[in-house]
Every structure is written in C-alpha cells, then in structure tokens.
Design a protein. Structure first.
Length: 135
C-alpha cells in the first residue's frame, strides 16, 4: 500500500511499529535516528514518515523541521512518551513536545506506548489526506 519511513532509536519500539505497519500491507524502512533519516530521505520517496521525538544525534523535532523544509507534502506523524518540558522563557514557557512537533510541521502526533488501535487509524487518516491532496 504505502511506503513509510519509521525513525526511532529504540529497537523494540521500531520493530513493533514495523510489525503493525506491515500487518496493514505497508512497506517500511527504518532509520535509527534523525541523522540517518535525513541522509536517506528524498522528497517523493515516502508516502508517510513516523518519527520519535527523543533520539540521539539529530532528535525528532529537528528531523521534522528539516524534512518539512525539503518536502512540504509528506505527512509526518510524531510520537513520544516524553514529558512536558520548558522550551523557552516567555509566552511558550511549557508545552508538550508533541504540540511543538505539530507547530514545526508534523501532520499528527500520538503518545507512546504505540498500539495498533492508536497507530493505524492515524496512518490511514494521513495517507487518505495525502491521496486526496494529489488530485
């Protein structure tokens, strides 16, 4: 069905996501962090990107921003089990990382732990919106 890039440094989480996506007939590539994902990413190569927020090297928020800079079309799903954090002083003193991910260009976000019932409906929604936007 769709070609999806999964970016997560946690091998068990990545394997779980891959298994869920493959069970829905998707083809999946995996990158272990944002740096590897950005090296491999080419606009048009993927129908969807699913990325963790907290990773070594290049973390998820920067990965989202960079993918969005070179590809304004591909849907991006951000995922995290991380806590709320202080980002800067002033108007945005505390904000959920997933909210920030959407401000930086993520299409949707989901919290961990990842389950079939959480992931697949969001994947289907993002892919349907992308297909509808291609006319």
């Amino acid at each position: 069905m769709a070609h999806i890039l999964v970016i997560d440094d946690d091998e068990l989480v990545a394997k779980t996501i891959v298994a869920l996506l493959q069970s829905a007939a998707h083809t999946v590539d995996v990158a272990t962090d944002g740096r590897n994902a950005l090296r491999a990413y080419r606009p048009g190569a993927y129908d969807l990107v699913v990325t963790d927020i907290f990773m070594p090297e290049v973390e998820g928020l920067e990965t989202i921003r960079e993918i969005r800079r070179i590809d304004t079309v591909v849907p991006i799903i951000a995922m995290s089990g991380g806590p709320r954090a202080t980002l800067m002083s002033g108007a945005m003193s505390t904000m959920d990382h997933l909210e920030v991910a959407q401000l930086l260009g993520a299409t949707r976000s989901i919290g961990k732990p990842i389950t079939r019932s959480k992931l697949l409906p969001v994947v289907d929604e993002c892919l349907a919106a992308r297909k509808g936007g291609r006319s």
